[in-house]
Design a binder for this molecule. Structure first.
Ligand code: CP
Length: 317
């Protein structure tokens, strides 16, 4: 995987997964994102790094945060941006993914940002594009959501910079979550010593310990004394069959309420990649409360995605 992602000189050629990326690379992306943070507050919210480049947002799955922040990131880097509406594109007439890519490449695009329901779709595209075209994975099936993980660790670092002292709990539908997989790789690579995954047994992957995490099947115990809680929604679109008795039951046992949050450290951060489901995995009092950095995550998504785009195009670092 890293062979596809890094070129023979060790430069970031595509951004497909956190797995296999070094700590130095994760720090470089975060440091580059820090340098882009101020662009949002400039009078003219633009830098010319990708002027003359064309970015195609190719989203085969729904998205609010990822698609719009990639679009804003590309525009703030001065790229031209094309958002392909898959519902009204030739995909709806049976055109293959590869034929769609070939046709867009014929328009001299420089970068594809890809979200797809199939695990491995971004890697597949990266294997087939022309040598000068870059691919960024914006979420593929259950596999990976690397820019989400990067913006999550970027947000954590803003509040709690010493990763080596952190206890982090990832709570919710771990089984179907590409976000959890990428977060675990990022947190481990950055040296977080204790990563817990908290979920009903039915929503934990088999042998999850092999990922270097500690499983908990009870929320109160799972968040006891932690510094950061990363909440996940139930990914019903990827569930085949019943994994929980009902959403009501799930909330009763795994919903993050203020009373339960009191078990964590007093300055615990509450995070969520979104979309949040109030009253299913999280209470409004927590989602909108003082511990929540959920909207900060969204804002940081722009700077982190600017960093990734600039780095794969060789325009930063
Ligand atoms: N976090 C995330 O991927 O949200 P969207 O599905 O809205 O892009």
């Amino acid at each position: 995987m890293s062979d596809l992602q890094l070129d023979s000189q060790g430069r970031l050629r595509h951004f497909l997964t956190v797995e296999g990326l070094s700590r130095e690379w994760l720090l470089k992306i975060m440091d580059t994102a820090e340098s882009f943070g101020s662009v949002t507050y400039q009078k003219v919210k633009k830098v010319p790094l990708l002027r003359g480049k064309t970015v195609v947002n190719l989203f085969f799955e729904t998205s609010t945060r990822t698609r719009t922040t990639f679009e804003l990131a590309a525009k703030r880097l001065s790229a031209d941006v094309l958002n392909l509406n898959v519902q009204v594109s030739a995909t709806a007439k049976g055109e293959s993914l590869l034929d769609t890519i070939r046709n867009l490449e014929a328009m001299s695009v420089d970068m594809f940002v890809v979200r797809h329901p199939d695990s491995g779709a971004a890697h597949f595209i990266a294997r087939h594009v022309a040598p000068e075209v870059c691919v960024i994975n914006a979420g593929d099936g259950r596999h990976a959501h690397p820019t989400q993980a990067l913006l999550d660790v970027f947000t954590i670092r803003r509040h709690k910079p010493d990763f080596a002292s952190l206890k982090v709990a990832i709570v919710g539908d771990i089984l179907h979550s590409r976000v959890a997989r990428s977060q675990i790789h990022a947190l481990k690579t950055l040296g977080v010593p204790e990563i817990r995954v908290v979920a009903p047994r039915t929503l934990l992957p088999k042998a999850v310990e092999s990922l270097g995490v500690v499983p908990y099947c009870e929320l109160e115990a799972g968040i006891e004394g932690v510094d950061v809680i990363l909440m996940l929604r139930l990914q019903k679109e990827r569930m085949q069959g019943a994994f929980i008795p009902s959403e009501h039951e799930y909330y009763r046992s795994f919903g993050l309420t203020s009373a339960r949050l009191a078990r964590a450290k007093p300055d615990c951060l509450v995070m969520h990649p979104g979309p949040i489901n109030r009253g299913v995995e999280i209470a409004s009092e927590v989602a909108d409360g003082v511990h929540s950095v959920i909207l900060e995550q969204v804002s940081h998504g722009i700077a982190v995605r600017m960093a990734v785009m600039a780095l794969v195009m060789g325009r930063a670092g």
